[in-house]
Design a protein around this ligand. Structure first.
Ligand code: FES
Length: 347
């Protein structure tokens, strides 16, 4: 039987959760203000509710074009490594489990419930609550999506911060805002300015160069420093998974942790296709959820790459216009499969 806390959390719709996330994000330290918004879009509640009702995973993958690991239950401890607050996860998880023990028939608002538990954690850890709010909201939603038994069964392990994430929250924010120096004669450069895209995904972090006005996906493809496909089978070129490069397949969605104002505005096609894919892109001109094949950079940006992608807007939300999806994903994939089979026959 579901606990009182699970029943309470389960009554809220995805848009009610997102309203709460807006409030939490406003009160979070800037280091996690975008990150918490992004996490809630990488793991949408309605998508989870839909997939739960359809346990045949291979059919789900086929019908929604799902690639990668979309199941939050597989990544309870690791889905949020890109939040600064991830380092507090063990304590946050324990506090939410303790809250599940004592939660009764109270009727707090969702925001107040999260804030209250976050305040208790902050006091215990002696850190500012603005650093705890985001990861606490993530913890509550994780419990809501996977249920208390699976939530408790996760080990509560954390990834040790590396690189920039070892610095103070203020320093991280300041470093993320900086652009690469253009050198002594940089003032002479016009369109050929060079910047960096700092990335993080479930397995690590790094950066690649980008030329001013270049799309993130093109810049990522030029980085051949690793066998990216060995890390993520969706990554055919650089670290950012791509397929069509024309806003048609949804493979290249990324969250923008910092620098979204240094990206091009969202065009009508990206805006429309994000709805088709099911990705909940905020409505503003420079949102923190983008298609890497469409977003052009005009300075340094920091992105997070989600562990999965799919095309589920119409099926899950039913709120997109009737559209014949361009069959780029399917055809490109078929082409590759055909090439692979021909090549292996030749061997
Ligand atoms: S690569 Fe297909 S939408 Fe960007």
């Amino acid at each position: 039987m579901a606990s009182a806390l699970e029943t309470y959390l389960n009554q809220f719709s995805e848009s009610e959760w997102l309203e709460t996330v807006n409030a939490i994000s406003r009160e979070s330290h800037p280091v996690d203000a975008n990150a918490v918004q992004i996490w809630f879009r990488f793991f949408p509640l309605e998508f989870r509710r839909f997939t739960e009702k359809h346990p045949d995973e291979s059919e789900l993958r086929r019908s929604l074009g799902l690639l990668g690991d979309f199941d939050l239950a597989d990544q309870i401890d690791s889905s949020h490594t890109f939040l600064y607050g991830h380092r507090f996860w063990k304590v946050v998880k324990a506090a939410i489990e303790a809250e599940a023990e004592v939660f009764a028939d109270q009727k707090p608002s969702l925001t107040d419930e999260i804030k209250q538990v976050a305040a208790n954690i902050a006091e215990k850890l002696k850190v500012d609550v603005s650093l705890i709010l985001g990861i606490t909201a993530v913890g509550f939603m994780s419990l809501n999506q996977v249920g208390l038994d699976k939530f408790k069964a996760a080990a509560g392990e954390i990834e040790k911060p590396t690189g920039l994430m070892t610095k103070s929250p203020d320093r991280i924010v300041a470093e993320r805002q900086k652009d690469d120096s253009q050198g002594l004669l940089g003032f002479l450069r016009t369109v050929d300015k060079k910047y960096s895209v700092n990335w993080v995904d479930k397995d690590g972090d790094g950066k690649f160069g980008i030329i001013s006005e270049e799309e993130i996906a093109s810049a990522s493809a030029r980085d051949q420093s690793q066998n990216w496909r060995a890390r993520d089978e969706r990554a055919w070129e650089g670290v950012v998974p791509v397929e069509c490069r024309s806003a048609s397949c949804g493979t290249c969605w990324v969250g923008v942790l910092a620098g979204e104002k240094k990206l091009s505005e969202v065009g009508w096609r990206e805006r429309r296709m994000m709805k088709v894919f099911g990705y909940n892109q905020p409505e503003n001109e420079k949102p923190n959820l983008r298609l890497a094949c469409q977003a052009k950079a005009y300075g340094n940006v920091s992105i997070v790459i989600p562990p999965w992608n799919g095309v589920f807007g119409k099926t899950v939300y039913g709120n997109v216009e009737e559209l014949d999806l361009e069959p780029v994903t399917t055809s490109a994939k078929k082409l590759r499969e055909t090439i692979a089979s021909v090549t292996s026959e030749d061997e």
